[in-house]
Design a protein around this ligand. Sequence first.
Ligand SMILES: Cc1cc2nc3c(=O)[nH]c(=O)nc-3n(C[C@H](O)[C@H](O)[C@H](O)COP(=O)(O)OP(=O)(O)OC[C@H]3O[C@@H](n4cnc5c(N)ncnc54)[C@H](O)[C@@H]3O)c2cc1C
Length: 287
Amino acid sequence: MIPEISFEFFPPQNIEATFRLHEAVQSLAPLGPRFVSVTYGAGGTTRALTRDAAHALHRTTGLRVAAHLTCVNASREETLEIARDYAKAGVTDIVALRGDAPKGADGFTPHPEGFASSVELIKALKAEGSFHLRVGAYPEQHPDAANAQADIDFLKAKFDAGADEAITQFFFEADTFLRFRDKCAKAGIDGMITPGILPVENWTAARRFAGLCGAHISDELALGFDAASRDGREELFALAHATELCDDLQSEGVERFHFYTLNRPELTRDICVALGVTPSLSLQDVA
Ligand SMILES: Cc1cc2nc3c(=O)[nH]c(=O)nc-3n(C[C@H](O)[C@H](O)[C@H](O)COP(=O)(O)OP(=O)(O)OC[C@H]3O[C@@H](n4cnc5c(N)ncnc54)[C@H](O)[C@@H]3O)c2cc1C
């Protein structure tokens, strides 16, 4: 079966990056994504840029756009105002997150008048009545979780609070997701959980990201990427690895993938095509 796909982009910070995002969207939109999402900078640093990028994508592409929103650095009222603004502009999909502290700060500290957790944010957004809500999920346990079970219980609380779907942090082995899916089912979570896939454009950077968010890298994978980087075939190795990961997940019944594109479309596009997702529409047809 051909999987359903979705793509994450980040908002551009300058003109050159704006052109890059435009090119990425032009390249990936014809693959017919279920939705595309736009991130919200750590610490709420891209509030206006996220809004502008999400509004522009919604207006100009006809794609379903999900705007990320976090609780960091804003009062409840300010956060809800941002969400209402989205709804007014027709962007009714939100990826609702607690968020991380800004760079240099120590852990998440709620704003004095802000939402103290993602669960509070999800409840408040649900009460607005107009949003389809996606949330984050962590197959390898979030660093703030007391233990793996507490993390899954918290995900259940997010679904109970009104989340419609979850998207996972990236991981490198199919079993990591499959074990997590089993544990979620055992905990009574029956909402959709879509695996987040990181196409590895740059092994050094991916390794650093993985370290920050606790994604396990097996010795075999590290050796494979190291050798491929030495021989100048990192991209081919990345394509083979991500395609095999998705293929293994598909053979266990996974029907959807969310790609962290980092606004670079080539590898994501190649992986999708290798999975049988063929470009069928021009952006004009989509709009
Ligand atoms: C798909 C996806 C998209 C993301 N996009 C962005 C983005 O655009 N911008 C950005 O800044 N960050 C983003 N992040 C990162 C995210 O903000 C961080 O991982 C953040 O630390 C957790 O946010 P959350 O809503 O997933 O956390 P939560 O699920 O609310 O918390 C993480 C874990 O901490 C524990 N925990 C937290 N609060 C409590 C509590 N009150 N009681 C008990 N346990 C608790 C739970 O184990 C929980 O699973 C994204 C993550 C994912 C998976």
